[in-house]
Ligand binder design. Sequence first.
Ligand SMILES: Cc1cc2nc3c(=O)[nH]c(=O)nc-3n(C[C@H](O)[C@H](O)[C@H](O)COP(=O)(O)OP(=O)(O)OC[C@H]3O[C@@H](n4cnc5c(N)ncnc54)[C@H](O)[C@@H]3O)c2cc1C
Length: 455
Amino acid sequence: MDGADFDLVVAGAGGGLVAALRAAELGATVLVVDADEHFTRGNNTSMCTAMIPAAGTRWQHDAGVDDSVERFVADIEHKTEGTADRTLARALARASAPLVTWLADEQALDLELVTDFRYPGHSADRCHTITGRHGSRLLRHLVRRAHDHPAIEVIAPMSLESVHTTDGAVSGVDIATPDGNREKVSTSSVLLATNGFGADPNLVRRWIPEIAEAEYHGGRFSRGDALRIGAELGADVGYLDAYQGHAALSARSRTLVGWATVLHGGIIVNVEGTRFAAESGGYSEFAAILAAQPEAKGWIVVDQHIENLCMAFDDFRAVSDDGSLVRADTAEDLAARLDLPANALENELDAARRSALGQEPDRQGRTDERHPLAAPYVAIAITPALFHTQGGLAVDEHARVLAEGAPIPGLYASGGAATGVSGHGASGYLAGNGLIAALGLAYLAAEHVGRTHSA
Ligand SMILES: Cc1cc2nc3c(=O)[nH]c(=O)nc-3n(C[C@H](O)[C@H](O)[C@H](O)COP(=O)(O)OP(=O)(O)OC[C@H]3O[C@@H](n4cnc5c(N)ncnc54)[C@H](O)[C@@H]3O)c2cc1C
């Protein structure tokens, strides 16, 4: 559009591909670089559960779900106790329905609304997903679309090293291969979609010490590159203590067991065979709670009914296939197999069943409607994990990176590279906040690039 090598350079082929596809659709030429030659199975988007929250969509309408932008924003505010960036939350909630509509109609992604369970904090069914509920399918689809588009070039492995400005506006980038071959590319727009800093233990220890000892389960190139590149340009940062934790990673295979287990009615016990918190809170905050338990480990206990429901997830099927499920006909038998005190476990399972049936208050204050567990039981050993960090470069409602509160012309950030809408710590993370920031900010950035160039 303006004589540069590319109209837009996208660093990071995860959620960043949405920006590439949308900008190309609006007439831009786009270069996508990814540092990881195995990004299609290594980055966070490829690892995720593909739950994309969106409010006011046609899928919701068809299912009779009452939802709105205001309601979505209110849920974000409630989960973050009012600490999330309201402007950003509003911008993402507003973009959410156009985003999923565009993914379905223009990018031929076969989306469906999740109605069989609801993540804590969402007051309406608003997670949209794909068959298999796995990010690898989502990412492969986006990669195929990008490869097929004549205006998009994808190069991997290739790192974005730095961004240059002329008179304060983006004018080019340095990119480099792993063996150090550097190249300059001229462009007037750059999207940093390089995720956060979860893979850098020093940064995690510095900003989020409460989860520093937990397993990291995310892309290995989430090294904080956006923070470093942004710092060179004087960018503002925010919410660096925010993160998505997860308490339900299989201790055996390091595959996601998934929180649907718990939301359908499963309970979590520690090495003493007892429950220790209301599982109906978010999986993100439960990671640090589990990490603080003896030996920092636990077991999710479900039954056959819940096991069947969770088979909708590729990940859960993988957990089942890899032998992580421990089966037992009675609580006593289960305790023996898990090497837990039988009396404690039996007592917990009996009490949990009574509270699920509404016969007595729950010992941990759990109030959600759920299936009462019944023998035979199924248990999975779990370990707490950090999935990704949610703080990063400060951005406005167009995903423009800010420096001292004003946009740096031509510089954008999305996903884990940008400040998200999860407030501080782990508990503000509402399921879907990862992808709505990754795909939504990428979409908003592309729209802004398109408008800027056609003006
Ligand atoms: C198991 C799991 C399940 C999850 N489920 C969900 C879910 O259902 N819903 C949800 O909303 N969120 C979910 N999340 C979170 C979600 O995956 C992330 O928030 C989101 O995918 C982040 O997207 P991204 O584009 O920021 O980063 P990524 O998808 O990680 O992409 C970043 C890319 O940037 C590349 N890169 C890094 N540095 C550079 C550089 N300097 N130059 C070039 N390339 C670079 C990396 O190699 C990587 O490919 C889940 C996470 C995990 C781990």
